[in-house]
Design a protein around this ligand. Structure first.
Ligand code: FES
Ligand SMILES: [Fe+2]
Length: 471
């Protein structure tokens, strides 16, 4: 690879300029992007070392000293709750000789002791001491320079994000207008959401980008890839035809309408233009058909946390799937448990790269803390039936992603392209209350193409965030 930081165009090992892998006029990207070691290394340096990445949910570390082990790109990190209650994200690599400091997935601790030579670090990453410190390190250890490398950490709607870029854009800049939608999906009640158990994790033999770009808004595939669920009589895909795409900064949202249609036989009517005037009518509708995962009692808490505009959006578009660049999905939907009963799906997915041809699919289930136990159980079952390792949706999608990845290795097929040719112009449905660039009708390729534009921009920015060197 050459020309990374000197103003010349970045080229791959065989001299192919990176720009040759994108065609903005044709709206295509090369299949080579899926299976190239140089591209993958660039992604680690410029995407995963630069952008904000989802690390975990605040409910996974409720108490001081709680921790979970995670990854940022291919770097292992620890998310902790410090003794003062602050979340910290730090590299899980010992500053002595590179050993993994924390080898548990989750737990509570006052300190982390490296299993190799016994250096000890605090839950905020500070280096605290070493065995035989006074005898062995006669000149003394400069502990202030030997702490675990810290990432910059911020939270939004209970989601903890981190980045290695200490001087880059804020998390609010990164999320853009999608932040507004994440609030109405994830921050609606007094007690908030909590993660159920530990995340499921499984390896998909494919490139992480196939998940990332699909999650930004590929509604088009659902009627074919997931058709078996309709054939089995669980679902009618025609109900998905009314929807909207929202795009902001490469992040994409799919919103699908349902509640108004479902309660049309009631005498409650909602105007679409003045959310403040409609607030009590909207709340009445939501009590009749609460958003997935909520009860009528919890609906009463919505005005404590959401604006009238956000509440009206829950009425018009209760099913939402948000793809956050580069590799995260937030999914609040209506699904089924294995007995066919309708229930809410509430999941977060992350596609964690493991080389160009493999990613770890990490998936969390969320429930409202204040929901009754039977509702929590039905959400867990429906979310697992749809979205876990054995879920019908993930099995379908993983099958597609793995086959595409296999093809991207072929002598002939790797010269092919991913195409994003279905066009639509930004358009705003009457009465739409939310921010962002909106596309309605949806199911076109704008969201995914905007994801690729963000990817291209990030990948071709030459300056990589400086790595703090050990002193
Ligand atoms: S590598 Fe951690 S103490 Fe030596
Ligand atoms: Fe899918």
């Amino acid at each position: 690879m050459g020309g990374a930081d000197d103003g010349r165009e970045t080229c791959l090992r065989d001299g192919t300029p990176l720009s040759a892998l994108f065609d903005a006029d044709e709206r295509t990207v090369s299949l080579r992007l899926l299976n190239d070691r140089d591209v993958h290394q660039l992604e680690l340096d410029r995407v995963f070392a630069r952008t904000w990445l989802f690390i975990g949910h605040e409910s996974e570390i409720p108490e001081p000293g709680d921790f979970v082990a995670r990854h940022m790109g291919e770097d292992p990190v620890i998310l902790t709750r410090g003794q003062d209650g602050t979340p910290h994200v730090m590299l899980n690599v010992c500053t002595h000789r590179g050993m993994t400091v924390c080898r548990s997935d989750t737990g509570n601790t006052a300190t982390f002791k490296c299993p190799y030579h016994g250096w000890v670090f605090g839950t905020d990453g500070r280096m605290l001491g070493a065995p035989f410190e006074r005898d062995f390190y006669r000149g003394g250890l400069d502990k202030s320079s030997l702490g675990l490398r810290k990432a910059r950490t911020e939270t939004h709607a209970g989601l903890v994000f981190a980045t290695w870029d200490h001087n880059g854009p804020s998390l609010a800049d990164h999320l853009g207008d999608l932040a507004w939608y994440l609030e109405l999906m994830l921050a609606r009640t007094d007690a908030g959401l909590e993660i159920v158990g530990s995340p499921q994790r499984f390896i998909v033999d494919s490139n992480w980008k196939l998940a990332g770009e699909q999650w930004s808004g590929d509604s088009y595939h659902t009627m074919t890839t997931h058709k078996s669920i309709e054939d089995l009589g669980f679902f009618k895909f025609t109900s998905l035809l009314q929807g909207i795409h929202v795009s902001s900064n490469g992040n994409g949202l799919i919103g699908i309408g349902e509640i108004q249609a479902a309660v049309n036989d009631t005498d409650t009517t909602v105007a679409t233009d003045d959310a403040t005037a409609n607030l009590s009518a909207n709340l009445e509708l939501l009590r009749k058909m609460p958003p997935g995962g909520m009860t009528a009692e919890l609906v009463d808490q919505l005005p404590n946390h959401l604006t009238p505009q956000q509440i009206q959006t829950l009425v018009t578009t209760p099913l939402m799937i948000a793809g956050i660049f580069p590799n995260m999905l937030v999914w609040t939907d209506r699904g089924f448990d294995s007995d066919g009963n309708i229930a809410a799906i509430q999941r977060i997915h992350v596609a964690q790269p493991k080389g160009p041809g493999s990613f770890e699919f990490c998936s969390w289930v969320l429930t409202e803390r204040g929901a009754p136990e039977e509702l929590k159980t039905s959400i867990r079952r429906a979310s697992t039936f749809a979205g876990g390792i054995s879920g019908w949706i993930e099995q379908d999608d993983a099958d597609m992603w793995q086959a595409i990845q296999h093809n991207a290795r072929g002598h002939q097929a790797r010269h092919g392209h991913l195409r994003y040719n279905t066009l639509s112009q930004p358009s705003r449905p009457p009465g739409w209350q939310g921010p962002g660039t909106t596309y309605s009708p949806y199911m076109r390729d704008e969201n995914q193409w905007n994801w690729w534009l963000r990817y291209h921009h990030t990948l071709t920015q030459p300056v990589t965030p400086p790595v703090q060197g050990d002193k």
